[in-house]
Design a protein around this ligand. Structure first.
Ligand SMILES: NC(=O)c1ccc[n+]([C@@H]2O[C@H](COP(=O)([O-])OP(=O)(O)OC[C@H]3O[C@@H](n4cnc5c(N)ncnc54)[C@H](O)[C@@H]3O)[C@@H](O)[C@H]2O)c1
Length: 406
């Protein structure tokens, strides 16, 4: 039987609320608004709310033009007033899920967002926890808070609500069959963690192999390319200074924490994190050796680092390993400068550094240039001027002979 809510979701007459307008929430809100839903985005950041309502995006993937167009058509608006969520038929929770110093999950944002939903909750409202978290969060943590007011949640938790969520998400897909229904929130939560953990473990494996290959004087990049010729069973991962960002270094620890409740140790997760975390120090050792070979000591050396974001082409510096490498270099007495066209400034040991322009890289007087993140870097000119280049990412388009690769 099709209910009024399902009808509203299918016809896109439903109002969608998104709590948390960051890297995940804003693209989600914009996508729903662009396919015809009326969308309200709720965020505790006045800066984000005011900027969005003035047509300014603060997220790389979403242009200000897209936001401005939706705002002017009243298809989307941002708010920090909880009561604006009251009319929503469906609400997504997209708030951060960090961990603390002991790598214990910090669900305070999820709790605050859930309490926000609880204030406007009514029967026939679909609530979807979009934040990445450990299996059981929806059932054990979010559900009891929502039910404190006396309403009983049946969602995701029941076939009907899974169906409603799928109907809503299918409206964002050209191919509706790409939306997969699973039998419980725990399966969905665990699937996301499996995917992130899979990447963390495979990146660690190739990082370890890169170190061995260096000792054995084997080119790891050629090894990966050759292994990739196998038509099945192999997926290429590449070495580097370790994965940063909000997901890979964080999410597996949500699982490791939850596993302890079952007296279970997730050894792969911890080993992978150890190896990946060590890659920044390993890169510094290799930089030091390269300088040494030129009779330059790391202390006092001028080092220009290329890339500051956690990956190529973004401005996001959360858990940036490039910044960590810069911190280690500076702690060893090097004079560090950097270039990242997406990151105008960074804070290094309490000091603000501003990015050099890409053009300035070609004429640098640094003792060594360290490529920490992929990008269009002018390495050829550096080699012509005999500047040492340490390349942690196998920057494309340049002969390998121009640089020492990880
Ligand atoms: N960044 C990614 O690519 C990515 C991918 C998949 C999943 N995730 C997961 O999605 C979740 C959100 O990540 P993100 O990268 O979008 O975070 P983010 O930090 O970019 O954005 C979070 C937003 O939530 C807001 N916020 C915090 N507490 C709030 C509250 N109580 N009420 C309303 N707004 C609140 C913040 O002001 C911020 O604007 C995390 O669980 C993350 O692991 C992120």
């Amino acid at each position: 039987m099709t209910t009024a809510l399902e009808q509203r979701l299918r016809s896109r007459e439903a109002a969608v609320g998104v709590i948390g307008l960051g890297y995940v929430g804003l693209p989600l809100a914009v996508s729903f608004a662009e396919v015809g839903f009326s969308v309200v985005g709720f965020d505790v950041s006045d800066l984000a709310v005011n900027g969005l309502n003035a047509g300014r995006s603060h997220i790389d993937d979403i242009s200000s033009e897209r936001v401005a167009s939706l705002i002017s058509r009243r298809a989307f608006r941002a708010t920090n007033d909880v009561t604006d969520l009251r009319a929503c038929d469906a609400i997504f929770i997209c708030v951060p899920t960090p961990f603390d110093k002991l790598k214990t999950p910090d669900l305070s944002y999820v709790e605050a967002a859930t309490r926000t939903v609880a204030k406007v909750l009514r029967a026939e409202m679909l609530v979807i926890l979009q934040s990445t978290t450990y299996p059981g969060t929806t059932t054990e943590f979010v559900r009891p808070i929502l039910e404190e007011g006396g309403l009983v949640a049946v969602g995701g938790l029941s076939a009907r609500c899974t169906e409603l969520a799928a109907v809503l998400l299918e409206s964002l897909m050209e191919d509706a069959s790409l939306v997969r229904r699973v039998e419980s929130p725990e399966v969905a939560e665990m699937a996301k963690l499996l995917e992130n953990t899979y990447r963390a473990v495979n990146i660690a494996l190739v990082n370890e192999l890169a170190q061995l290959c260096y000792e054995m004087e084997i080119d790891v990049w050629n090894v990966i390319a050759a292994a990739g010729t196998k038509p099945f069973g192999f997926q290429a991962f590449y070495p580097g200074i370790g994965p940063g960002g909000h997901c890979i270094p964080v999410d597996p620890f949500y699982l490791a924490w939850k596993a302890r409740e079952f007296n279970f140790q997730t050894r792969f997760i911890e080993l992978a994190a150890d190896i990946n975390d060590d890659m920044a120090s390993y890169a510094v050792q290799r930089i030091q050796a390269l300088l040494n070979a030129r009779s330059v000591s790391l202390r006092g050396a001028k080092i220009l680092c290329l890339g500051a974001a956690f990956k190529r082409g973004v401005s996001d510096v959360r858990n940036s390993r490039a910044i960590h490498v810069m911190e280690l270099l500076r702690a060893s007495g090097a004079a560090v400068s950097y270039c990242d066209p997406h990151v105008p400034s960074i804070c290094l040991a309490g000091e603000t550094l501003t990015s050099l322009s890409v053009d300035a890289v070609a004429t640098t007087d640094a003792d060594l240039v360290a490529v920490l993140v992929g990008g269009e870097w002018p390495l050829t000119q550096l080699a012509a001027r005999s500047i040492a280049v340490f390349d942690a990412v196998n920057a494309g388009g340049q002969p390998a002979s121009l640089r020492e690769r990880l």
